[in-house]
Design a protein around this ligand. Structure first.
Ligand code: DON
Length: 583
């Protein structure tokens, strides 16, 4: 059985490049790049079904599930657990995420399997006696850990929407962990960079992520994760209980006790994933379906699209100063709203309807300067008159099956390798998601994001997220499945993927490869990836009052574009090991 999962009939995984008509907008895009788009910009094409994920092994596992008659939801479960093995930096069973779907009959839904604050958590738990944030407490070690949601989320998804048997979807991950898999260069480098932290946060144990015998991992080394394999086998055999009860829970709680973490058996028993009604908006000829709170991403994305719709971006040109100006000004405004109004909707009222009111957003866009000068972020506050809220590693996969079901899922441990804590005996990494709360009002978290009471810590509450799994439909049919990791940059990367397809007519691979821009209100900086702006555009933006911040590449957009004739076009981000496979 295991070998069947591991031997992929490659002949069936058709991948070919496409000749796409060069439109003036896509030529403007080519012309505007100061340096070539990384990696060949040829999209993967498939006729029926496709998986795009952050690792080739996970994409293979997902594609095989689809070929064996599984639907997109089955493939999502198998990909999620495969990523927990082959992508330790972000794939997880000890974290959480959001999954958005659009089924072949036209209905859509979202599953929130976000972590929650343990019952023992308190608002000021990361502050010292003087009320100052204690550095590092919310970002690493057992106290940074929220109650994991992934296994419960996948069990719920499978129970309600899956077709194949649960054990058959877990077995590929069990096999990968037990037999081992080849490290890619990027993952080897990531593990090597984290070696000191693995040692520091796992005293008294030797996690399998440390190379046996010491020294550096190299690309091609085999990483075996036998303890994780046994945990996954318990989940395979017992479902949700294989994680939240019994041996796995016992090992997790022992680690919490040893390291002073807060997650208790009561937290594990009480964890509930939630089905939530997705948010819906329109952008040009498309319906945009996206994640509601406790994600801030969907609200912010729809606000930005409302602000940008009246602007003819294609006419302005790709990454020209004026186009960048309008996009940045929209970003600045919605991140200000995010900081004030967004939080867990189960713990207070988030004024979603008001925030998505067209008049409200057009009014806010009305303060953008038409001559293209930057507004100082200091002069931009959250919108007024709304009812107040009372009371960098992640991964994304996109899947479309042959029936027409689509899944967009972003899942995370939060930081790279989460809290760095590997549960002794159980072999899985725990998240550091507690840092996504606003540990102190106005003090930036790891992504520079500020917040206030709406996102204050409270027992059982979900920390605000930027994860923005999104699906666009056209005439009721799925047209784009998109999403990415990247902390605070997620929302603007998803925006750029939509604009790239809808306004600029790029193909899926061009969209994900294109160097990106990002602004999040505070700090008042326009982050610029190498090659995103021509020198003349940079000068022009500086003259308009923008402060440019050259930044290392961010995000891993993994998208599927369904072309009007029905062909699936995959875009796998060349910044990582991301892979699009289809048939
Ligand atoms: O939920 C969030 O917004 C963050 N925990 C996501 C973190 C992330 O994307 C890191 N990736 N680079």
């Amino acid at each position: 059985m295991e070998t069947r999962y591991l031997a992929i009939p490659l002949a069936l995984l058709l991948a070919c490049s496409s000749e796409r008509p060069v439109t003036s907008a896509s030529r403007a895009f080519e012309d505007s790049l100061a340096s070539p788009v990384p990696k060949a910009a040829a999209p993967r094409l498939a006729n029926y079904a496709m998986v795009v994920s952050a690792h080739p092994e996970a994409s293979k596992v997902g594609t095989l599930v689809l070929q064996r008659g599984g639907n997109a939801y089955d493939a999502a479960v198998a990909v999620q657990f495969a990523l927990a093995v082959v992508l330790p930096v972000a794939g997880n069973v000890g974290g959480g995420g959001f999954l958005l779907y659009h089924d072949r009959n036209g209905s859509a839904g979202s599953l929130d399997f976000r972590e929650t604050a343990p019952a023992g958590a308190t608002r000021d738990m990361y502050l010292d006696k003087q009320g100052n944030l204690v550095p590092g407490l919310s970002t690493a070690g057992p106290l940074a850990v929220g109650t994991p949601g992934t296994v419960a989320g996948m069990a719920t998804l499978h129970k309600q929407m899956g077709r194949l048997s649960w054990p058959s979807l877990l077995q590929p991950a069990v096999a990968l962990a037990t037999k081992g898999f080849r490290l890619t260069e990027k993952e080897a480098a990531g593990l090597n960079r984290t070696r000191a932290d693995f040692t520091k946060y796992n005293p008294g144990s030797s996690p399998a992520y440390l190379r046996p015998g010491g020294g550096d991992w190299k690309a091609g080394d085999t990483l075996r994760l036998p303890e994780l394999g046994r945990t996954l086998a318990r989940v395979r055999d017992q479902g949700r209980a294989g994680f939240y009860q019994g041996e796995t829970a016992r090992l997790l709680l022992a680690e919490m006790k040893r390291g002073g973490g807060l997650v208790s058996q009561k937290d594990l028993d009480g964890y509930q994933p939630k089905w939530r009604e997705p948010l819906r908006g329109r952008y040009r000829d498309y319906e945009v379906i996206t994640m509601p709170p406790p994600s801030s991403g969907g609200v912010a994305l729809l606000q930005m699209l409302q602000m940008l719709e009246p602007i003819d971006l294609a006419q302005l040109g790709y990454h020209t100063p004026l186009a960048v100006h309008y996009i940045t000004e929209a970003e600045r405004r919605v991140y200000a709203d995010r900081a004030t109004y967004l939080g867990d909707p189960d713990f207070g009222a988030v004024p979603v309807q008001k925030l998505l009111d067209l008049d409200y957003n057009r009014q806010r866009a009305g303060t953008m300067r038409t001559k293209g000068r930057a507004t100082a972020s200091a002069d931009v506050a959250a919108g007024k008159g709304l009812p107040g809220y009372e009371s960098n590693e992640t991964t994304h996969y996109s899947i479309v099956d042959a029936l027409g079901n689509a899944v967009s899922c972003t899942t995370t441990l939060n930081g790279a390798y989460g809290s760095k804590v590997v549960v002794p005996g159980a072999g899985f990494l725990l998240n550091n998601e507690m840092d996504d709360f606003s540990a102190k009002a106005g003090v930036p978290n790891a992504y520079g994001l500020v917040g206030g009471s709406a996102n204050a810590i409270a027992p059982g509450k979900r920390m605000l997220s930027s994860m923005t799994p999104t699906i666009l439909t056209r005439n009721g049919k799925v047209a784009l499945v998109t999403g990415t990791p990247g902390g605070s940059t997620i929302i603007t990367s998803v925006l750029q993927s939509i604009i790239g397809i809808v306004d600029y007519g790029l193909n899926a691979q061009q969209v994900v490869a294109a160097p990106r821009l990002h602004h999040q209100w505070l700090p008042d900086l326009l982050d610029v990836e190498a090659g995103a702006l021509l020198p003349a555009a940079q000068d022009s933006l500086r003259a308009r009052g923008y402060r440019l911040n050259p930044r290392q590449p961010w995000g891993r957009l993994d998208i599927i574009h369904i072309r009007p004739e029905g062909t699936l076009e995959g875009g796998a981000d060349p910044r990582g090991d991301d892979t699009a496979l289809g048939y």
